[in-house]
Design a protein around this ligand. Structure first.
Ligand code: RET
Length: 247
């Protein structure tokens, strides 16, 4: 198994990516199967959540197959003498996944808070800025990448403000059942989302950890932020009357 070992994930990395692919695919089936057990008005949350894990299944299938990356120049290779001319694989397919799935995660969350459409759309705009600047930063070889990291982090602060302060204000007005679900899923989301820039700084940013470690770091985050988040949200919705949310 010689997979261009100067930059690529190893077979361990690939096996782990296949395992995450399986988790995402199984979650998709479970979210769709359980949609048949709830009332029509509640199904939209199952569909949104299943779309998130379906998209992730395809992204993880791509990375497990050692595709969806491009080599980007790094200053020096890990564990090697500081010689110029090395590259690191940068999985741009992650960002294509995030561009589709993070707006859907925000939609799941902010619909649950009963947030008005203009505020939901504006939060999604900030999310698009975050993912795109993160992608550009990952593809830039020079230290300008940290400029893009800063733009993405500022966008994330804007998202967090809208979720934590604006979202909480709206969910409070809808009573304790809605508020409890929104609180649990909102705190979970904001906590996890702020760990992504750390993973980025150690991987695409600073080239500090190996691509196999990057696989584990982002993989665990993605399982917690997609299927586990989805379970928490859908369990919460079993006690929420969709009419309260205007659905
Ligand atoms: C980037 C670039 C560096 C700065 C910041 C980032 C934030 C990424 C986030 C990603 C969330 C992804 C999720 C995926 C679902 O599974 C783009 C890494 C702030 C918050 C929730």
């Amino acid at each position: 198994y010689f997979l261009f070992s100067d930059i690529n994930i190893t077979t361990h990395g690939s096996d782990w990516y296949w395992a995450v692919t399986a988790v995402m695919a199984a979650s998709t089936i479970a979210f769709l199967a359980t949609s048949l057990m709830v009332t029509r008005e509640r199904r939209i949350f199952h569909y949104i959540t299943a779309a998130i894990t379906l998209t992730a299944s395809i992204a993880y299938f791509t990375m497990a197959s050692n595709l969806g990356y491009t080599p980007i120049a790094v200053e020096f290779q890990r564990n090697s003498p500081k010689v110029a001319g090395f590259t690191r694989e940068i999985f741009y397919v992650r960002y294509i996944d995030w561009f589709v799935t993070t707006p859907l995660l925000l939609l799941d969350l902010l619909l649950t808070a009963g947030m008005p459409w203009p505020t939901i759309l504006y939060t999604i705009f900030l999310d698009e800025v975050m993912v795109i600047t993160g992608l550009v930063g990952a593809l830039v070889a020079s230290s300008y990448k940290w400029g893009y990291f800063t733009f993405a982090t500022l966008a994330l602060v804007g998202i967090a403000y809208n979720v934590v302060f604006v979202g909480l204000k709206h969910s409070r007005a809808l009573g304790s059942t809605v508020n409890r679900t929104f609180m649990v899923c909102g705190v979970w989301t904001i906590f996890l989302w702020f760990i992504y820039p750390i993973a980025w700084g150690l991987s695409e940013g600073g080239n500090v950890i190996a691509p196999d470690s990057e696989a584990v770091f982002y993989g665990i985050l993605d399982i917690l932020a997609k299927p586990i988040f989805g379970i928490m949200l859908l369990v919460g919705h079993r006690n929420i009357d969709p009419a309260t949310l205007g659905l």
